[in-house]
Design a protein. Structure first.
Length: 224
């Protein structure tokens, strides 16, 4: 059921979608019920000739019900979503052997630093590309995020990945793409007048295609 979201192309996308739709149904039912009750009160207690307003001083029973019920609902949602949240957000859950990358955000672009053939950041064969994110399919990718100026938000809607990028601190995301193709990378945080320009493309290659692309880029960097 993806009538509100783009089709997921990450390993944990389906789990995130299930939580999203669970919350949507719960909040949707609460919204419809609340609005129906509001309309009923408007009709039931509308102004009538000869009828005086009645004043009450509250109901302990009603207060307990409308306090405990939302608490239990939120507790249930937290319980069913905790496993997915930990898998996605806990740095200790990043799969071993994930391909490391560094994304530095600034108004209004993404600068991506890739490891060279040694697949290690911070060595002499690293190279950087502006506004292009290239990853191999069916392999975990671990991205460190930094900002050079204001708060940005790293957003890959097709992979269900979204993480604030905060100046002065390092955040991270990881994912494993399951399908080759081109997908949008956007900033989901209003970051200035040029915010609309902060769009880029993520290209998911086959493993062979990624190695070929990396070879082309490292060769170009060496020739500069």
């Amino acid at each position: 059921m993806n009538w509100l979201l783009p089709e997921s192309v990450s390993t944990f996308g389906a789990d995130i979608d299930r939580i999203y739709y669970l919350i949507l149904w719960v909040t949707g039912i609460v919204f419809v019920g609340t609005e129906a009750l509001l309309l009923w009160f408007i009709f039931r207690y509308r102004h009538r000739e000869g009828r005086k307003a009645e004043y009450i001083h509250g109901s302990t029973k009603a207060e307990v019900i409308w306090t405990v019920t939302p608490f239990l609902i939120v507790l249930f949602i937290a319980f069913v979503s905790r496993g997915v949240w930990v898998d996605v957000k806990d740095p200790d859950r990043v799969p071993e052997g994930a391909l490391p990358m560094l994304v530095s955000a600034k108004q209004f672009e993404w600068n991506v630093t890739y490891p060279g053939p040694d697949e290690r950041l911070g060595t002499g064969d690293d190279f950087a590309v502006r506004n292009q994110l290239h990853v191999p399919v069916d392999r975990p990718v671990h991205i460190l995020l930094t900002s050079e100026d204001v708060i940005h938000s790293f957003f890959l809607p097709d992979l269900r990945v979204k993480q604030d990028v905060v100046p002065g601190m390092e955040t991270m995301v990881w994912f494993e793409a399951t399908r080759t193709g081109e997908y949008p990378l956007a900033c989901a945080e209003l970051c200035g007048l040029g915010h609309y320009r902060m769009g880029a493309t993520m290209t998911v290659h086959s493993e062979e295609g990624y190695q070929e692309w990396m070879g082309t880029e490292t060769g170009a960097a060496a020739g500069q």
